[in-house]
Ligand binder design. Structure first.
Ligand code: PMP
Length: 433
C-alpha cells in the first residue's frame, strides 16, 4: 500500500482537482467497521461524519446480501426481477401517509431531487419552485439551482435561474425571526412568494426544503414552519417536496422522516445516502397520480437505478434499521449527546449554539455570543485537532463554523462520550493557545 501522501498524489494525477476530499492531509483508510474507520497505519478513527453509512461500516448482512446478488444477477433495471418490488414495498411500509403509494428508484440524492422537481412540474403544469436559503439539494443542474449552500456553487448568490424563488433559511439562531412565532413568520414568506407567483406568473410548482437543514449545520426549523409552509404552497396549487436525503431514515430519532418530526406530510419525498449505505440506491416516494402525470408527458428511465444489487442493498438497510432498532438508538443516544454538548456550551464561550436532534447535530462556534461572529478558522483547527485524537468531524454551513455530527446510526452512548470528552479537551487546549 502506498503511503497517504503518495496515494493523494496518485489520486490528484488522475482526478485533477475535481473531487473534494476531507482534510488537507488525510489518513488513508483501508477498513471500516461499525462506527470506526481504520487507516493503513492501523489506527482506528471514530467516524462522526458518515450519514451515508447509516447502518455502520462494512455491515456483514449488507455485504453478504449484495455479494450473493452480484453472483447471480445484476442488470439494467428494465428487466423484471424480484428485488425491485421488494425494496419498494419495504420503503412504502414507512410512508408517512397512505396517499404516498409509489416509489421510483434512483442512483443518488441529486438524481432524486432532479426527478422530484420534474414530477412536481409534470403534475402542476408549472415551472416555478420556492426553495430556502442555505439549503443543499445536489450538484446536477436542477438540484444545484435550488441549492445555495456549500461547495461555492456559482448560483449561490445572484445568477440563479428565474424559476427559483428563495425565502430565508428558517434558522431561529441566525435568521431574521427568533421567538415564539418564528415558525409562522418564516412560513409567511413562503405564502407571500406563492401568492406573488400566482398573481404574476403561473403559480408555484413546488416548495422544496430539507426538514432539518443539513449543510446549514443541522438547523431545526422553528415549530410549525414546515406544516405551515406546505399549507401555503398547496393553497396556491403547488406541491411540497421534503428532501430527506440527509435526515430521513430514522436519523432524527423521533420519527422515520424528518417532516414527520414536525407533523408535516409532503407530496414528494427524496431519499438517498443512508438508503443504500454508500451503495448507489435512492428513491423518490410520491403519489401514483403524480407519477402518472410524468408518464403522460414522457418517461423516466435511469439504467442502473434500482438494479438488482442496489435494490437488495436498499432492502437490507431497511431490515437492519428495523432489526437493530436504529431509529430508537438515534433518539436515545442523540438525546444524551445533545445534553452533553449543551453542558459543553455552558462551559465554553466558543460554542454559540447546539443545533439538531437525534443523530444529526451541529455545534456552532462563534467568536462572540452577542454578535455571533462565525468562528470559521477555529472550527477548522478544532476539527484538525480532533482528527489528531482519532475523531473525524467536519465543519459545515455557509460560514464553515458548525461542527456537524452525523455518525452511523449505530453510534453508542460510549461513542458520544468519547467525542464530547475529546471536544472538551480540544476546546480547553485551544482557549489556552
Ligand atoms: N439532498 C440533500 C439534502 C443532500 O444533503 C445531498 C448531498 N449532500 C443531496 C441531496 C445530493 O445527494 P448526492 O450527493 O447523493 O447526489
Amino acid at each position: 500500500v502506498l503511503a497517504s501522501r503518495e496515494q493523494q498524489q496518485r489520486r490528484d494525477r488522475v482526478m485533477a482537482s475535481s473531487a473534494e476530499r476531507y482534510y488537507d492531509d488525510p489518513p488513508q483508510f483501508e477498513r471500516g467497521w461499525d462506527t470506526r474507520l481504520v487507516s493503513t497505519t492501523g489506527r482506528a478513527y471514530l467516524d462522526m461524519v458518515n450519514n451515508v453509512t447509516a447502518i455502520g461500516h462494512s455491515h456483514p448482512r449488507l455485504a453478504d446480501a449484495v455479494g450473493r446478488q452480484l453472483h447471480v444477477l445484476n442488470t439494467n433495471s428494465r428487466f423484471l426481477y424480484e428485488a425491485f418490488a421488494d425494496v419498494s414495498e419495504k420503503l412504502l411500509a414507512h410512508a408517512p401517509d397512505p396517499s404516498l403509494d409509489a416509489v421510483i428508484p434512483v442512483n443518488s440524492g441529486s438524481e432524486a431531487v432532479e426527478l422530484a422537481l420534474r414530477l412536481a412540474r409534470a403534475a402542476t403544469g408549472r415551472r416555478d419552485v420556492i426553495a430556502v436559503d442555505e439549503g443543499y439539494h445536489g450538484w446536477t443542474t436542477g438540484a444545484d439551482a435550488v441549492s445555495t449552500s456549500a461547495f461555492d456553487n456559482p448560483h449561490a448568490r445572484g445568477s440563479r435561474p428565474d424559476w427559483v424563488h428563495l425565502v430565508d433559511a428558517p434558522n431561529a439562531y441566525r435568521g431574521p425571526f427568533g421567538g415564539e412565532d418564528a415558525g409562522a413568520r418564516y412560513a409567511a414568506q413562503v405564502r407571500e412568494v406563492a401568492a406573488r407567483l400566482s398573481a404574476e406568473r403561473e403559480g408555484p410548482a413546488a416548495f422544496i426544503c430539507e426538514p432539518v437543514l443539513g449543510n446549514a449545520g443541522g438547523v431545526v426549523p422553528p415549530a410549525g414552519f414546515l406544516a405551515a409552509a406546505y399549507a401555503a404552497v398547496r393553497a396556491h396549487g403547488g406541491l411540497a417536496i421534503a428532501d430527506e436525503v440527509q435526515v430521513g431514515y430514522g436519523r432524527l430519532g423521533a420519527a422515520f422522516w424528518g417532516a414527520s418530526t414536525q407533523g408535516a406530510v409532503p407530496d414528494i419525498i427524496t431519499v438517498a445516502k443512508a438508503a443504500g449505505n454508500a451503495f448507489p440506491f435512492g428513491a423518490v416516494i410520491t403519489r401514483r397520480e403524480i407519477v402518472d402525470a410524468l408518464a403522460r408527458e414522457g418517461m423516466f428511465f435511469s439504467s442502473a437505478a434500482g438494479a438488482p444489487a442496489s435494490a437488495v442493498a436498499g432492502a437490507v438497510v431497511l431490515d437492519v434499521i428495523r432489526d437493530e432498532g436504529l431509529q430508537r438508538n438515534a433518539a436515545r443516544v442523540g438525546e444524551h449527546l445533545f445534553d452533553l454538548l449543551e453542558g459543553l456550551r455552558r462551559r465554553h464561550p466558543l460554542i454559540g449554539a447546539v443545533h439538531g436532534m437525534g443523530l444529526y447535530q451541529g455545534v456552532e462556534l462563534v467568536r462572540d455570543r452577542d454578535t455571533k461572529e462565525p468562528a470559521t478558522e477555529e472550527a477548522a483547527e478544532i476539527s484538525r485537532r480532533l482528527l489528531a485524537r482519532g475523531i473525524i468531524v467536519q465543519p459545515a454551513s455557509e460560514r464553515q463554523n458548525v461542527l456537524k455530527v452525523k455518525p452511523p446510526l449505530t453510534f453508542s452512548r460510549e461513542d458520544a462520550e468519547t467525542f464530547v470528552e475529546a471536544l472538551d479537551i480540544v476546546l480547553k487546549e485551544y482557549a489556552r493557545s
